[in-house]
Design a binder for this molecule. Structure first.
Ligand code: AQP
Length: 339
C-alpha cells in the first residue's frame, strides 16, 4: 500500500457560530495548502455530538461549514470535502484505536477538562474519547499533515502517540511504520485568536457574548462595530512585539491585523507604532470587512440558493473519501487479526 507524502486532513465541527478564529487558525490554511498537497477537509459531525446538538441545527450547521470551506476557496473538485458521519471508517477505526490509546493519555487532555468543567461525571463518554476519534480521522487516510489552531496541538500529539503505539504493537505482524506520524501545521500570526471582550480567553463558538467573536454571519457593519468595541487599553501601540507583553487585547488585535494582511506582527507595528486605538481600530475594521465580507456573502448565497449543491459536494466527497479510507481500515483489521 503506497504511503502518500503530502496528504492533508483537517476538520471543523458543525456547532454553529463559525468565527474568525476558525478562519484564521484553520480554514484559510486549508485553502493555501491546496496547491502543494492532496487535501481532505471534513465537517466533523461525529465530534459535534459529543455535546448536545439540536438535530435541525446540526444539519444546518453542517451545510454552513461546507459553504464556508467553499466560499473561503477550497475547491471541492480537486480536493475532498465531506461530513464525517457518512464515512464509516472513522467510527470503525476509532474503536480499534480506543484499544490502543491509554486512559492515562486521555486523562491529561486539557480540552476535556475545560469543556467538561466541574460536572465531569455528567460529560458524555464521547467528549472524553474525542481525541481518539480525532486520531482515527487523521489516520484513516494515513495523513501526513494536519493544519489546526494552537488549541489542537495536544490532540495532535496524542494522535502521534496512538500511531506510534499501533505501529509498535503490530510491528512483528507487518505493521511497522504503517501509520505515518502526522505533523501539525500551526501556521501564521493568529494561531490562537482571542475573545474581543477578554484578550486572555480564546475566541470560541460557545462564548455567551456574541461581541466576543466575529462570525461568518456578521454584516460588514457588525464586523466594524465589534472591532470598535473590542477590549484594549489606553496606551498607544508599541514599536515592537515585546511591547505587547501583558497587553492581551492589543496583542490580539495586532495579531488579527497581521494575519489578515499577510504580515508579521513586527511589520504591523512598524506601520502603526505610536498610534492610538482610535486610529488603529478603524483601519483594522476596514481590513477585516474587505477581507471577510465577500467570503461571508458567498457563503450566505450558497446557503440560501444552493443547498442542493452543498449536499452534492458532501455526497461526492464522502464517496471519494471512502475510496481512500476503506482499504486502509481493511489493512488495519488484517493487522489486528480480524478474519
Ligand atoms: N480562537 C481560535 N484561534 C485559532 N484557531 C482556532 N480554532 C478554534 N478556535 C480558534 C481552530 O479552528 C478549527 C476548528 O475548530 P473546532 O470546530 O474543532 O472547534 P473548537 O476548537 O472547539 O472551536 P471553539 O470555538 O473553541 O468551540 P467551543 O466554544 O465549542 O470550544 C481547529 O483547527 C481549531 O484549532
Amino acid at each position: 500500500m503506497d504511503q502518500p507524502r503530502n496528504r492533508v486532513f483537517s476538520g471543523v465541527q458543525p456547532t454553529g457560530n463559525l468565527h474568525l478564529g476558525n478562519y484564521l487558525g484553520a480554514i484559510r490554511h486549508f485553502v493555501a495548502l491546496q496547491d502543494t498537497h492532496e487535501c481532505i477537509y471534513c465537517v466533523v459531525d461525529l465530534h459535534a455530538i459529543t455535546v448536545w446538538q439540536d438535530p435541525k441545527e446540526l444539519a444546518a450547521n453542517t451545510r454552513e461549514v461546507t459553504a464556508a470551506y467553499i466560499a473561503a476557496g477550497v475547491d471541492p473538485k480537486k480536493h475532498i470535502i465531506f461530513n464525517q458521519s457518512k464515512v464509516a471508517a472513522h467510527a470503525e477505526l476509532a474503536w480499534i484505536l480506543d484499544c490502543t490509546a491509554r486512559i492515562g493519555w486521555l486523562n491529561r487532555m486539557t480540552q476535556f477538562k475545560e469543556k467538561a468543567g466541574k460536572d465531569r461525571e455528567q460529560a458524555s463518554v464521547g467528549l472524553y474519547n474525542y481525541p481518539v476519534l480525532m486520531a482515527a480521522d487523521i489516520l484513516a487516510y494515513r495523513s501526513t499533515h494536519v493544519p489546526v489552531g494552537e488549541d489542537q496541538k495536544q490532540h495532535l500529539e496524542l494522535a502521534r502517540d496512538v500511531a506510534k503505539k499501533f505501529n509498535n504493537d503490530y510491528a512483528e505482524f507487518g505493521g511497522q511504520d504503517f501509520f505515518p506520524l502526522p505533523e501539525p501545521l500551526i501556521l501564521g500570526a493568529a494561531t490562537r485568536v482571542m475573545s474581543l471582550r477578554d484578550g486572555t480567553k480564546k475566541m470560541s463558538k460557545s462564548d455567551p457574548s456574541d461581541n466576543s467573536r466575529i462570525t461568518f454571519n456578521d454584516s460588514p457593519e457588525a464586523i466594524a462595530q465589534k472591532i470598535r468595541k473590542a477590549q484594549t487599553d489606553p496606551d498607544p501601540l508599541p514599536e515592537t512585539v515585546e511591547g505587547l507583553e501583558g497587553r492581551a487585547g492589543a496583542d490580539n488585535l495586532v495579531g488579527i491585523y497581521a494575519a489578515l494582511s499577510g504580515q508579521t506582527k513586527d511589520e504591523v507595528l512598524a506601520e502603526f507604532r505610536g498610534a492610538q486605538f482610535s486610529v488603529f481600530k478603524p483601519r483594522l475594521a476596514d481590513l477585516a470587512v474587505d477581507k471577510l465580507s465577500p467570503m461571508m456573502a458567498e457563503m450566505q448565497r450558497m446557503l440560501h440558493n444552493d443547498q442542493g449543491y452543498l449536499d452534492q459536494v458532501l455526497a461526492d466527497g464522502a464517496a471519494r473519501a471512502r475510496v481512500i479510507a476503506d482499504p486502509i481500515v481493511a489493512r488495519v483489521k488484517e493487522l489486528v487479526g480480524f478474519i
